[in-house]
Design a protein around this ligand. Sequence first.
Ligand code: ADP
Ligand code: GN1
Ligand code: MG
Length: 354
Amino acid sequence: MQDVLKNFRLQGGVVSCEPYGCGHINRTYLVVMDSGKRYILQGLSTVAFKDIPGLMENVGAVTRHLAKKVSEERGCLHLVPTVDGADYYHDGAQGYWRVYDFVEDSLCLQAPETPEDFYQSAVAFGTFQRQLADFPAETLHETIVNFHNTPDRYAKFKAVLAGDRLGRAKSARYEIEEFLKREADGATLMNMLHEGKLPLRVTHNDTKLNNVMLDARTRKPLCVIDLDTVMPGLLAFDFGDSIRFGAATAAEDERDLSKVSLDLELYRIFAQGFISACPQLTEAEYVSLAWGARTMTLECGLRFLTDYLDGDHYFAIHREGHNLDRCRTQLKMVQDMEGKWEQMLAIIEEIHKA
Ligand code: ADP
Ligand code: GN1
Ligand code: MG
């Protein structure tokens, strides 16, 4: 790693560089210097991202835009330049690398420890929307084309299923049938977009709880991280992906499905925080939020299933069948949301009318 690190303008000498965090996509390392300064080094996934120069142009522009809006250093991510003054380092053999200042005295949670933590993460993602409301969306590269186009995710799933190269479909018969049954549901948001009912905004598109940093002392939001998928999108994507991950009663890869459900109280709390911090929502956007939760969960489950059938190339796995386990929790969440659907709509309506 020394070979990579020597290309960045770091303060001091490197003491250690160890794998860090729970991300599924990039290779993340914590770098500790003899000066006491710490950094995050990331090797970017060329499986997930086909245009990394474009992606890094987005990240550079977005972080610089945010830096003008925040009141303290830890209020947004800061890229550390290379010795040549660039935002990232690329080497044919070693791939693409970037370095961020480590966000010190912060918490990055895999699950909310208290409902208040979840509320604060909602405020963080809502505020992020507001801070980017005046960002020139047309300058952003689409870092993953059709990222939250669920009908397109279905098309890719069906192509992989038809090939079934690894013969894994037989071990996921039930899940395959259940996802196929819900294809029309998966198109709801895209239909609303194409009918001109929902506005495109600059969205984060990957609003997992572990993509927000809270202040370790006050537990108030510091900043939103993992900006690789900042692109034009729907508010419902950001709301929905947060619910999918953070309002679940169990981890994304829990094997005991009896533990997996949607916590409606956490759903309500997140909606309150998110709506209060976001720019003004349109009438249709309010209605779209519950669909966002259902669609992002369905889509993510479908993506895990597709990657399982395809040989686990996309999401990092840590055990055999990991992506199938993840797919099963998402399906269980979708089924639970269907049972709670009227309540999910009513909760948003109550907040809207309050
Ligand atoms: P991935 O796309 O793989 O999820 P992330 O950018 O989310 O990659 O980073 C993975 C994890 O590393 C985060 O969940 C967080 O715990 C940690 N992390 C990333 N950037 C920083 C940072 N600047 N300061 C502190 N921790 C960070
Ligand atoms: C990935 O990068 P990370 O781990 O925050 C994925 C998301 C999925 C999520 C599922 C770029 O998020 O879309 O919802 O895993 N990110 C990308 O946990 O594909
Ligand atoms: Mg992440």
